[in-house]
Ligand binder design. Sequence first.
Ligand SMILES: [Cu+2]
Length: 173
Amino acid sequence: MRFRILLLSLMALLPATAHAQETTSKGVTVANSWARATPGGATVGAVFLEIRTDKKTADRLTGIASPAADKTEIHSSSMEGGVMKMRRLDTIDLKPGKTIALKPMGDHIMLFGLKQPLKEGDTVDLTLTFEKAGTIAVKAGVKGIAAMGPAAHQHHSGGGMDSMSHDGSMSHD
Ligand SMILES: [Cu+2]
C-alpha cells in the first residue's frame, strides 16, 4: 500500500508531457514511447512503447522504421535456462481492446547501427506500420540509461535488473 502511494505521488511530480503523448489512427493508439540512453560507443539501442486497440479494431504491426538507426527490429524476449533470449518478430498481432506493452525485460524494439548515441533528453523518431491503420509516427523521448519506464528517475545501482543492455549475457538468434 505504501509503495502504491509513493508511486502515485511520484507520478504527480512528472510534467504532464511525460506520459501524455499518444497518436491514434483507425482505432490503433501508440502511447508512452521512450528510448533508453546508450553508453558511449554503443551502436545498439532499445525503444519501448504501448500499442492499444479499441474494442472494434483488430490489426497487425508489420514494421518499424527509424532514421536514427540503420535497422529497426521488433524483438521478443524470453528467459531460457536463466538467459534472456531474444528473437526477431516480423509482425505483432493486435487483438480488439487489448494493449501490447513493449517494455524492459519483455518484447522491445531494437535499433541497430545507431547514427549517434542516444542521449537523455533527445528524441527518437519512429514510424510504425500497421496492416489497416497505415503508419503512425511517434517521437520517443530518451530516458536515463537505467530507466525502466517512461517515468524516468529510477535508479538501479546493482545493475542486476538491467537485462536489456544487450551485452554478452544475452543472445540474439
Ligand atoms: Cu533485442
